[in-house]
Design a protein around this ligand. Sequence first.
Ligand code: GTP
Ligand code: MG
Ligand code: NA
Length: 458
Amino acid sequence: QAAAEATLRSPICCVLGHVDTGKTKLLDNIRSTNVQDGEAGGITQQIGATFVPTSALAQRTAVINRQGRLELKVPGLLVIDTPGHESFSNLRLRGSSLCDIAILVVDIQHGLEQQTIESISILKKRKTPFVVAINKIDVCYGWTPRLHSGFRASFKNQKGHAQKHFNELASKIVLQLAEQGFNAALYYENKDLKKTVSLVPTSAKTGEGIPDLLGLIVQLTQRWMATRISFKTNVECTILEVKKVQGLGTTVDVILSQGSLKQGQTIVLCGLDGPIRTTIRELLMPQPLRELRVKSNYVSHKVVSAAQGVKIFAKHLESAVAGTPLYVIDDNTDESRIKEIEEKVINELKASLDRFETQEEGVCAQASTLGALEALLVFFETSKIPVSSVDIGPVHKKQVVKCSTQKDALYSCILAFDVPVDPEAKKLAKQKKITIFTADIIYHLFDRYMEFRKTELE
Ligand code: GTP
Ligand code: MG
Ligand code: NA
């Protein structure tokens, strides 16, 4: 019978939720890492990806799987971390568009918050199944931690007042979910997995409930999504980030959601100045249980199969655009078909940049990725700052020249988010009296510009 079963790929699970509910910390607990402590401002500003292999899933779920009822058939789990800060709704959209299932993280004390509701509506729209992690249970009054324990065993051992506090807070969340149109129940009391959302109490601090959460995700994907997560050969791949790696050169971080990538394969991707056709030199992956977005000792692979977060090294990637798809060209593809793909890739980028409305008079917005740029423009829109031009990548002389056509000092500015400024560009900006604002936290950039504006207007 086993032979008749399709080979499964790793399910992709996206972690969504309001800012500071503990999304990254939950992953840190699963990985035994400390990514969250290293984040600028303690907030996530990029999509991350972590591969959790089956061996780790088996190890973590062992405490709730003594009878061996949970059979692990998936090769692992690819977990995607997203930012909860309000300005990154586009990255939440992208993260959720890549996933098969989602974990919506709610802070037990805060209940449903603004971006929780936003995440719910994204999930609803895409019909993505999800579970709710009620996180930070360790803050319940008088909670006695039981490190890495299954929730039920831990809960049984809590004193009456801790149990009472937990029950009160959890019931509130059930009510709030009902207001959003969802039946919800603690996962082990959930009688109808298809109609009722499962709640999993967790603590990213103590690891309690994490075995339950991982077990549930595996169970739900294996049982209800077997067709969707069966391995197919057609490649589906999206660029997350474009990054320079010291001693190597420019690389792209991608999420491979279907099929396999091989060293030596020809790929086509979207570049700022046109399509990029190149050959995969290196397929690099972090060690299992390490975050793709964090620098580490990458391991080189000949072949990588979905689902995985992969760093691709190839020539000509400097102008690659994050957020766009990557296509694989088979050896027998003829030139006219490749040309078609190249055209498609460029049209997709044009469509993305055209969506941004620009005015004659306004500041110049520059960001590292399409996603970051979108986030930046959300700020400008809500604060009524007009934008005259947008671009992706480092600030070069070209952008300074473009900006120098602005007459008003208020708009002779480049607001650069998460990108370096070329020294030549800096020099030219000084000559032309153009102010370049840079920041790696999106709202700092905004604050700096607003301050400048205030002094200019005085
Ligand atoms: P963004 O990515 O910025 O949206 O935040 P996040 O959801 O990833 O939350 P993050 O992991 O940055 O955690 C936010 C804060 O909550 C940090 O100070 C964590 O240490 C704390 N925290 C997270 N999980 C828990 C938990 O289970 N218990 C307690 N007591 N604190 C937690
Ligand atoms: Mg985070
Ligand atoms: Na945070």
